[in-house]
Design a protein around this ligand. Structure first.
Ligand code: G4P
Length: 533
């Protein structure tokens, strides 16, 4: 097989799954891995999670709350294509990890429960995808149960997400009457065969051609009539799939099925392979000049979108998740960061479904884990020459701000160091008030504080208390004129802070105050997002 980066990039699809809890993301992940031959037994994903959870004692909350805080990457092959599935934490509480993981995905699958449609978390994750115009493929799951009318579901997507919907298949009823689906492109019928519990493999691959003797064989008359009418309506009344509109994020192709019964999933995967984008060129600054880095470029480049600590609880290791943007990465390579740090990557990790392996090579779109003892930061760009920095790993303005105190007053310095180190890793954001005083930590979700609390105890031996902060909002500030910025910072000294990179941040006591200050200072920009470069 060719090892040329452009060819390898072209057969890769790097995607994430977004959904509201319980819509079926875990089950779909498992079914996809099964399709890729990456696992052989249904139930393996959950079982693996369980094994890991019992091992890692520091992440007690994972166990207590039965959730997986850490997200991971799964690689599998199917039909000559390589899929990198980036797992986002499936908890209602939101964390910055989710945002960051989505910055490394080229597209997303949005899973909806056919009985429930768009739920709050779907909407929130969708908005993050929209920020980057990530193309979205929709999978309407649980068709083996009573579903809402498919037209109503598509209408809801259209009105709530402001996106056209192009059904690729059309379902024949749902629940007990669910009979299969019609391929709207080829006009073939894919019959649904109910998998028995414990049964291996996939429910159906046999397609029935219209006009052939077996077309709609065994489908009851009422379902036939219903399918004929509704599929006709769908074909005439709903938008047709348009590759460009999909790629630009204006249209979502819609698939129907049941992850649990392994029905419709192969069709979904084929759709991702055929239409979802391969790794594309990424905007960067190289040697001070704006440029696009193409996947086929010879030199290896990429960025760290997430840091995970203690993946191996026996060691205090940290793993940086590095998404390759260009070139052919080989084990043992030295990569440099844009600020001159050099890293010899001896033991890069590749994440297969059930295990981690040492990666001998990786291509654009792949994610490798780079073990390090600190030093790597979320948003770091790494390259062979150390002269590339990618744009667009954003920090989001925290929605919750708290003050942190340590119970033992002698450990003040220790606290500062620990907070800064965990801040660099991106566990929470950390702000240093310029006039001194307690550090302020910020997060987009409450869960991040719990993770911070656990890790402070487990890794730094610090008992901390979170207290209400006088601030409720943070904004990164900038201005065209340095003098204007300095004047504002001087005037607002009591409410000024710096983030971990030293960028100036205005801490507001309320959204109202931010609005007021914004009005009074038209020459200052107050940003809710900071793109790290
Ligand atoms: P999540 O990761 O999005 O939170 O969802 P998950 O896959 O865990 O699925 C949530 C529940 O929905 C599970 O049931 C799962 O079995 C069920 N489910 C997923 N896909 C389908 C489907 O296509 N059809 C039907 N009928 N059910 C589906 P549970 O009772 O919560 O867990 P379990 O005891 O079955 O594992």
């Amino acid at each position: 097989m060719s090892a040329d980066p452009a060819t390898e990039a072209a057969r890769r699809r790097t995607f994430a799954i977004i959904s509201h809890p319980d819509a079926g993301k875990t089950t779909l992940t498992e079914t996809l891995l099964l399709a890729g031959g990456a696992i052989h037994l249904a139930g393996a994903v959950a079982a693996r999670g369980q094994a890991r959870r019992t091992k890692s004692d520091w992440m007690k909350i994972e166990r207590e709350r039965g959730i997986s805080v850490s997200s991971s990457v799964m690689m599998f092959e199917h039909d000559g294509m390589v899929f990198n599935l980036l797992d986002t934490p499936g908890h209602e509480d939101f964390s910055e990890d989710t945002y960051r993981t989505l910055t490394a995905a080229d597209s997303a699958i949005m899973v909806l429960d056919a009985a429930k449609g768009i739920e709050p978390q779907t909407l929130k994750l969708f908005e993050v995808c929209r920020l980057r115009d990530i193309p979205i493929t929709t999978f309407i799951n649980k068709m083996d149960r009573e579903a809402q009318d498919p037209f109503a579901l598509l209408d809801e997507i259209h009105s709530k997400l402001a996106m056209d919907t192009a059904p690729m298949y059309w379902p024949a009823a749902s629940g007990q009457r669910f009979a299969g689906m019609l391929d709207l492109t080829t006009d073939e019928f894919v019959p649904f065969k109910r998998l028995e519990a414990g049964e291996q493999g996939f429910a159906s691959q046999e397609r029935q051609k219209r006009g052939s003797a077996d077309f709609l064989e065994g489908v009851s008359d009422d379902v036939r009539v219903e399918l004929a009418e509704t599929a006709e309506l769908a074909r005439d009344g709903l938008p047709k799939f348009d590759l460009q509109a999909f790629r630009e994020g204006h249209l979502t192709p819609v698939y129907f099925g049941s992850a649990l019964r392994r029905f419709g999933v192969l069709e979904l995967l084929a759709g991702i392979g055929a239409h979802a984008p391969a790794p594309a060129a990424q905007k960067a600054i190289a040697k001070g000049v704006d440029t696009d880095i193409e996947p086929g470029d010879d030199r290896v480049t990429g960025f760290v979108f997430k840091i995970q600590a203690n993946m191996d609880p026996k060691h205090r290791d940290r793993v940086g998740f590095f998404r390759v943007v260009s070139g052919r990465f080989k084990r043992g390579m030295t990569l440099k960061s844009a600020i001159g740090k050099s890293l010899n990557v001896h033991n890069p990790l590749m994440f297969m479904a059930q295990e981690r392996e040492i990666a001998d090579e990786a291509f654009p779109g792949d994610v490798i884990g780079i073990p390090s003892h600190g030093g790597l930061r979320v948003g770091d760009s790494l390259s062979e020459n150390g002269d590339v920095s990618f744009k667009g790993i954003p920090n989001f303005a925290p929605e919750i701000l708290k003050r942190v105190r340590v119970r033992d007053p002698l450990k003040q310095k220790h606290l500062r160091k620990a907070l800064e180190s965990l801040g660099e890793e991106g566990v929470t954001q950390v702000f240093r008030p310029v006039t001194g005083g307690d550090l302020v930590v910020g997060a987009v979700g409450q869960l991040q504080f719990e993770v911070l609390d656990e890790r402070m105890k487990a890794e730094y031996g610090l008992e901390v208390m979170f207290e209400t902060s006088p601030y409720q909002a943070a904004r990164w500030i900038s201005a065209d004129s340095r003098a204007d910025l300095d004047a504002f910072m001087e005037k607002s000294k009591m409410q000024m802070a710096e983030d971990v990179d030293g960028s100036p941040v205005f801490l507001g006591k309320s959204d109202w105050e931010i609005g007021y200050v914004l009005d009074k200072n038209p020459n200052i920009r107050f940003a809710t997002r900071k793109e790290r470069t």
